[in-house]
Design a protein around this ligand. Structure first.
Ligand code: ADP
Length: 489
């Protein structure tokens, strides 16, 4: 089936209680293709009433036991069937993601979709291995723990890795026996709807996974405030993360937050320069810089500055954006006009605060396409006080600063409110580990950047959030511990 046909079929529905429904208000809104700036299709504008229906459906599926009481191996089988369904439609899903988000098709297929499939398989494997302990205590007691699901989980996700962010939350939540209401980002709702379709076709019982499309301040906020939602898992901006933490206080929902970043990418003088240049380029320009882990602060030893910058600028020049459906394209557009304006605003700030523009800084012409294309941008001589060194830009804008030695590099690296990721490039094993231990970030890469895997935990220090997704650590986010005492006297 053509993706275009799928777009037409899906138009304007929410997925609640196993059914496709219009929003109660009857309202829809367009989702825009960022590489053409034209609407792709209409999406239902879910709001308070729709969220309420979805939460009721999820609560019903949870309380009836259709999902949590199902034996864990059957649950695993269904999650594998979801992975099979995603795999069977992987090419189509990649195309849909590219049209909705603007990322290069090859990356959507080889990264987003592939990793989403992996994620469902990985947590399918965990489903029947989630269990507690028997604890030896003084006294005539049998004491044991059970890891029980939390209940109805609200998942609110961003637009930069749409299907993957859905998978990171839905797969572990379901593996642990929870039911889910998923609110995709308003900019990129299509693959979440496809996930619901695929899961339903795979045999997931009605109400176990519900998808409500809509805006953050309405549908998202309604989910966060709903008194019958037990947990909110959120990925997005630090600003909205703060609001969510506050708004979730009503019924003391559990909250996990994966927020912004301003990650330092540190290159020591003894690094393999060619590898570090390649790494620094993809660190900032991958996904057009719209990655919470983007290596947006490049810290280089002052002794290699000139050589490094020359090579980096040359490589960045080769990353000029293009049509994301073209297999040769390595960088697509930004997600929206709003984001383009925001990033251009930061570029102006960089200039006015005295940073030196090395390359880019302007919009890119892509074959008369009115999409939101921006050239890869590098600023040199950035000081830690400058706005472009402090704030998350979420675009292809790199801030370069130099340092004199490792201690200064670590100090500069940690000089941020964020703490999502960091990297260090060096051939000295002692320096590598010293840096890895000293950097205050949830992920540290040594001689690499951006690599993630479903098996390894991911999350933030400081204002980058809390809670660890992926790996066995995600099971803590979606279970609660019960201690059972039996009197043997
Ligand atoms: P970004 O800046 O990357 O767009 P946001 O943090 O604004 O990220 O959005 C991430 C997700 O949070 C989206 O699904 C969005 O709809 C949702 N969202 C935005 N504002 C709120 C809010 N006040 N309450 C709940 N969800 C929200």
């Amino acid at each position: 089936m053509q993706t275009d046909a799928l777009v037409a079929i899906r138009a304007g529905k929410l997925f609640i209680g196993g059914e496709w429904r219009d929003a109660e208000s009857g309202r829809t809104f367009p989702t825009i293709n960022p590489s053409t700036a034209e609407p792709l299709t209409e999406v239902a504008e879910g709001d308070v009433a729709d969220v309420d229906q979805a939460v009721r459906a999820a609560r019903g599926a949870f309380e009836s036991g259709a999902w949590p009481a199902m034996d864990a191996r059957s649950r695993a089988k269904l999650l594998h069937a979801v992975a099979d369904g995603l795999e069977a439609r992987a090419d189509e899903l990649a195309r849909l993601e590219t049209m909705d988000n603007g990322k290069p098709l090859r990356e959507a297929r080889m990264f987003d979709i592939k990793e989403s499939i992996e994620c469902f398989r990985y947590y399918a494997g965990w489903a029947d291995k989630i269990y507690g302990d028997v604890i030896p205590l003084p006294g005539p007691y049998l004491n044991y723990t059970r890891l029980e699901p939390i209940g109805v989980c609200g998942a609110i996700i961003p637009w930069n890795y749409p299907l993957q962010m859905a998978a990171w939350k839905v797969a572990p939540a379901l593996a642990c026996g929870n039911t889910v209401v998923l609110k995709p980002a308003e900019q990129t709702p299509l693959t979440a709807l496809e996930l619901a379709r695929i899961a339903s076709e795979a045999g997931l019982p009605a109400g176990v996974l519900n998808v409500v499309t809509g805006h953050g301040e309405t549908a998202g906020a309604a989910l966060v405030r709903h008194p019958d939602v037990d947990k909110i898992a959120f990925t997005g901006s630090t600003e909205v993360g703060r609001i969510i933490q506050r708004e979730a206080a009503g019924n003391l929902k559990r909250v996990s937050l994966e927020l912004g970043g301003k990650s330092p990418n540190i290159v020591l003088a003894d690094a393999d320069i060619e590898a570090a240049v390649r790494g620094a380029t993809s660190a900032i320009f991958y996904n057009t810089g719209q990655a919470c882990t983007a290596g947006s602060r490049l810290l280089i030893d002052e002794s290699i500055r000139d050589e490094f910058l020359e090579k980096l600028a040359k490589r960045a020049d080769g990353m000029r954006p293009g049509d994301p459906l073209n297999p040769k394209t390595r960088m697509g557009p930004l997600i929206s006009q709003e984001q383009l304006d925001r990033v251009l605003g930061y570029i102006e700030k960089g200039k006015s605060e005295g940073a030196e523009l090395v390359i880019g800084g302007d919009r890119a012409e892509v074959s008369n396409n009115p999409g939101y294309f921006l050239n890869p941008t590098i600023f040199d001589r950035v000081t830690p006080e400058m706005t472009i060194a402090r704030e998350e830009i979420f675009g292809p804008v790199l801030a370069v600063t130099t340092f004199a030695d490792l201690d200064e590099a670590i100090e500069l690296g940690n000089k941020t409110d964020y703490g999502l990721a960091a990297a260090v490039w060096t051939q000295d094993v002692k320096k590598a580990h010293r840096a890895a231990h000293a950097l205050r970030a949830g992920t540290v890469w040594v001689n690499m950047y951006h690599t993630l895997d479903t098996g390894s935990p991911f999350g933030g220090y400081k204002h980058s959030g809390y809670g660890r997704e992926l790996g066995k650590y995600a099971l803590d986010l979606y279970t609660q511990v019960k201690s059972v005492w039996v009197n043997l006297a």
